[in-house]
Ligand binder design. Structure first.
Ligand SMILES: *Cc1c(COP(=O)(O)O)cnc(C)c1O
Length: 495
């Protein structure tokens, strides 16, 4: 299958799309057509393991990768998840389920794709014919950096370097990255905020001089951020898997519709649900949940995307975002794949900070999506009330989705479709905020908060977090944002 740019410029293979990350015209790679999964194929998938289901869905898009290789890679990736099931569906009551996507090595849903991306990328290089060593550069505001480090550690032919804003990530996230193991990894803190960190990394990516110098050293750059199709594709699989689990446990019949509520930031996770729907999964509504940064809620309700607003730091930091980059892929579909229109809107967003949908596009959008946002107080209340009622602890991001899902159900009593709330992080990843919600206590030390949460909830502490305390800190470097390329060269030259 071929991939085209949302802005019209390019047509490449799936392997090329993954290796390249972003199209040369600045657009995102999208499949030329949506592959379909028939009812017979879904019946066949019922008896498959999670890894087999994932390989099946991936192969629909990446048909130049051989199926057995994909299957082996999925098995290896998802064997690292705790508890034996990479994406367990937990029943709360007859109409409400949680899809837990946080049992991977770094305790956030980013692991679902980033445990697999190294294979997709390395194999992609082989298919395309790239012989050089690949250097992945990542600018992270927290979860992506750790998940990428863990995914790429000791991967063959690949090095990875992560930059994070020195005072823009949580203590836990910083410790997770500073203690990272692996011979091919490097982590550098950058003086400044996330935006300046991100633009400094982008400058290296777009500099021809840097690219040429690295090429003479036998190195090519690639990225692992969420606009890469290799991040999106593995996420489609868990929507199919959740649906199949509902069928095989007799909760629904094949063909019944299911709703999903997704805590949303960069629009990658919920876009994967939309792709699943376009492939034939019986989806009713997709609930797009935001936090106090509610630019997407306004967009889905009114058709106007307006980023000219205050930016809030919240207790669900992975959703603190004003420009949801994956939304461009949805825009492309809403505009009937009119690349000129997509390009025009993206330019308008860059220049004026705002653009607007046509009426018929807005109706098409509201056919499938419904949106709500959850403030800070509501996040705390949701965690507390849900634990009181069901003894089920959830993290701050998942709480936003639960809040939106509850509002949707209260306002649409006639919609009897089961609601699956997508849980994107372990509550232990944000222990202070969750403990504050559960008990009202402000615990300063993260590990103390984890200990108290374990006592309060009896939930198992994930190995990735409990081991953290005793791990030696390996990376303490701090750099100015105009010195990052120098850091890259030092890392490349290190034997
Ligand atoms: C990244 C992240 C999100 C947002 O996902 P998007 O794909 O960017 O919309 C939500 N919750 C957690 C815990 C995350 O790490």
């Amino acid at each position: 299958m071929n991939f085209i740019s949302t802005r019209g410029g390019e047509c490449v293979s799936g392997a090329q799309a993954i290796v390249q990350g972003i199209a040369r015209d600045g657009g995102l790679f999208v499949p030329e057509t949506f592959p379909s999964v028939s009812v017979e194929e879904m019946e066949k998938m019922l008896s498959m393991s999670y890894a087999e289901r994932a390989a099946f869905v991936l192969h629909k898009y990446l048909d130049e990768y051989d199926y057995d290789g994909l299957k082996a890679a999925c098995e290896k990736a998802y064997a690292q998840f705790e508890g034996g099931d990479a994406a367990p569906l937990v029943k709360i009551d007859s109409s409400l389920y949680m899809l837990e996507l946080y049992h991977g090595p770094t305790c956030a849903f980013k692991d679902m794709a980033l445990t697999l991306l190294p294979y997709l990328l390395r194999k992609g290089c082989d298919i395309v014919g790239i012989k050089e060593q690949v250097l992945i550069l990542v600018a992270t505001s927290g979860d992506t950096g750790k998940a990428a480090l863990e995914g790429f550690k000791d991967a063959e032919g690949v090095k990875i370097m992560v930059f994070y804003p020195n005072d823009g990530v949580s203590k836990m996230q910083k410790l997770q990255m500073a203690t990272q193991e692996g011979k091919n990894v490097n982590v550098v803190a950058v003086r400044g905020n996330f935006d300046s960190c991100q633009s400094a990394v982008k400058e290296i990516f777009t500099s021809e001089t840097c690219k040429e110098e690295l090429k003479t050293k036998g190195v090519v750059l690639s990225s692992a951020n969420s606009i890469n199709f290799g991040r999106l594709a593995p996420q489609i699989a868990y929507y199919f898997s959740a649906y199949l689990d509902l069928v095989s446990s007799g909760q629904i019949d094949m063909g019944d519709k299911v709703n999903f509520a997704v805590p949303t930031g960069n629009f990658g996770n919920i876009l994967a649900a939309y792709y699943a729907e376009r492939m034939g999964l019986p989806v009713g509504k997709l609930i797009c949940a935001s936090n106090k940064n509610n630019v997407l809620t306004d967009f889905i309700r009114t058709g106007t995307y307006d980023k000219r607003r205050e930016f809030f730091k919240t207790m669900s930091p992975s959703m603190d975002i004003l420009i949801s980059s994956n939304l461009e892929r949805l825009l492309f579909e809403l505009a009937d794949r009119n690349t000129t229109r997509v390009k025009m809107r993206m330019e308008k967003l860059a220049e004026e900070g705002v653009y607007q949908l046509y009426d018929e596009e807005l109706s098409a959008l509201q056919e499938i999506l419904w949106a709500d946002f959850c403030g800070e107080d509501e996040t705390v209340e949701t965690i507390y009330e849900f634990f009181e009622e069901y003894q089920y602890p959830m993290d701050t991001h998942t709480a936003c989705a639960m809040y939106a899902a509850s509002n949707y159900m209260a306002q649409h009593e006639k919609d009897k479709a089961p609601m699956v709330v997508v849980s994107t992080a372990s509550p232990y990843k944000f222990p202070q905020d969750v403990m504050y919600a559960l008990t009202g206590n402000d615990i300063k030390d993260s590990f103390k908060a984890i200990k108290h949460m374990h006592i309060a909830t009896a939930m198992k502490v994930p190995a990735g977090l409990s081991k953290l305390r005793d791990k030696p800190v390996r990376f303490t470097g701090v750099a100015d944002k105009d010195k990052l390329y120098g850091e890259v060269l030092k890392f490349v030259d290190r034997k």
